[in-house]
Write a protein that binds this ligand. Structure first.
Ligand code: GLN
Length: 474
């Protein structure tokens, strides 16, 4: 039996029956990571700390005679743009390669409070900018389904670690698709919650009006378990919502109760016919099972990719100004302060990050602000209106997660536009701040499963999870 292919509740059952210990579980995790070293899913690993914690969990369990929480003793990986006290927080950038975080993110604190064990920090595109994990100072990460392919990005390491059965769950971050797209590429589930559902405290800022922490898992139930623990208001993040967190568990299929919207606007004419056909087949299957499907129209989502790259680059240029070598960054010799800044930022940032800082700085400059950032904001409003209108008619919207299947390493790095187009189906949801869960479907092309994006109303995570659970049962 492969314990790392089990659900969290199944792992806990084995422990309860004394067929497995937390120490054995954690040792299996590090063994698996070692076997999959080539995938380069991790930037940092904490075997000593994790083993010590697992031993403590075993002791505590023997004393209590029961498991205090489903996450107790469960290994979790976190993306290396999320803070974990006392450990490196690199954002896969040279400029932060030696930076040690003085505190933990709220999400990480909440996981640890329930007994989860943080086993390591995962690889990503530098500062979460990218869709293939090829823009990492620590090297590319590979797709566990086929090593010639990218795992997607920017949470490529988290997706590869979960998809490669190294950990049951991982945290990622999603600004424009960085949890959903790599989840789709690696055949796992990826949840981007509503903006404000999970505290951003301790998540390194890329584009603050879009950034959220998300969850990658193999099973919907595991995603719900983690979401339950890390959601909710946090006074350290003024954008976290003061809205009660519902009970996500137990999951209950709502396939026959919800009204489901499908929009042609998510099926681009550039997409492969064979791919579109599989989605059509799936929708037919849903109808046969009694799911009520409605055609909806979202004509403005086509502006999503433009609005996103205006807004995200502008916000990034402002957020990344802090890496100046004084507060954060490299320690470099220079004759004066100007040369110091230039050297630190030229040597510290990679090509893609520089491209975005330059674009964003231009977009915010005097005389251009209205024309670029201002237009981005206007387009964003139109997209939000589209979704809100659709949600008057339906409860959930279904769409593909990615317009293509995973691509080979190096295939898109030379052309930034081709890379940006990976996010065309995920960014509209980010701009609208909505929750969306990507799940793999049974249909495969070249061994890669195709993925479905389940989009919900603001704070509609429960409906999404129940719907996904219904599909998982199918
Ligand atoms: N791939 C998108 C980008 O390059 C989204 C990144 C993200 O969600 N962090 O910006």
């Amino acid at each position: 039996m492969d314990i790392l292919k089990l659900k969290i509740s199944e792992i806990q059952n084995l422990i309860e029956r004394k067929e497995l210990s937390y120490l054995e579980l954690i040792k299996e995790v590090f063994k698996r990571i070692e076997e999959n070293k080539e995938l380069n899913a991790f930037i940092s690993l904490f075997p000593e700390k994790a083993i010590k914690k697992a031993e403590e969990c075993d002791k505590e369990f023997n004393k209590l005679k029961e498991i205090p929480h489903l996450l107790f003793g469960i290994p979790v990986a976190i993306k290396d743009n999320i803070a974990y006290k006392g450990e490196r927080l690199t954002c896969a950038s040279k400029i932060l390669k030696d930076f040690i975080s003085p505190y933990s993110a709220t999400a990480v604190e909440r996981l640890e409070k329930k007994g989860a064990i943080i086993i390591g920090k995962t690889n990503l595109d530098e500062f979460a900018m990218g869709s293939s994990n090829e823009f990492s100072y620590f090297g590319v990460c590979l797709n566990p389904i086929n090593k010639e392919y990218v795992p997607g990005g920017s949470s490529g390491g988290s997706a590869s670690a979960v998809g490669g059965n190294m950990v049951p769950v991982a945290l990622g971050s999603d600004t424009g698709g960085s949890v959903r797209q790599p989840a789709a590429f690696c055949g796992v589930c990826g949840l981007k919650p509503t903006y404000g559902r999970i505290s951003r405290f301790g998540l390194v800022a890329f584009a603050s009006s879009l950034d959220v922490i998300g969850i990658l898992s193999k099973y919907i139930e595991d995603c719900a378990i983690v979401l339950q623990v890390i959601s909710g208001y946090d006074e350290r993040d003024s954008t976290s919502a003061q809205i009660a967190v519902p009970d996500y568990l137990p999951l209950k299929s709502n396939l026959k109760e919800v009204k489901v919207g499908i929009s042609k606007d998510f099926f681009l004419k550039e997409m492969e016919n064979s791919l579109i056909k599989l989605y059509e087949e799936f929708f037919k299957l849903l109808e046969k099972k009694g799911v009520k499907l409605y055609e909806i129209s979202l004509p403005k989502i086509k502006y999503g990719i433009y609005a996103y790259h205006l807004i995200a680059t502008c916000e990034a240029s402002s957020n990344l100004a802090r890496y100046d070598g004084i507060r954060y960054g490299l320690n470099i010799e220079a004759k004066d302060i100007d040369e110091f800044y230039i050297k630190v930022r030229s040597e510290g940032f990679g090509k893609e990050v520089k491209r975005r800082i330059i674009l964003g700085t231009y977009g915010l400059s005097k005389g251009y602000y209205e024309e670029y950032y201002g237009i981005g904001i206007k387009m964003r409003k139109k997209i939000i209106e589209d979704f809100m209108k659709a949600f008057e008619k339906v409860d959930i919207i279904l769409a593909p997660t990615s317009p293509t299947l995973p691509f080979k390493l190096g295939e898109r790095t030379k052309d930034p536009i081709m890379m940006y187009l990976c996010d065309i189906l995920t960014v509209p949801i980010s701009l609208a701040g909505l929750p969306a869960l990507s799940i793999p479907l049974k249909y495969k092309i070249n061994n890669f499963p195709i993925s479905l994006q389940i989009i919900g109303k603001p704070f509609g995570e429960k409906e999404i999870l129940d719907f996904a659970y219904g599909i998982e049962q199918l």
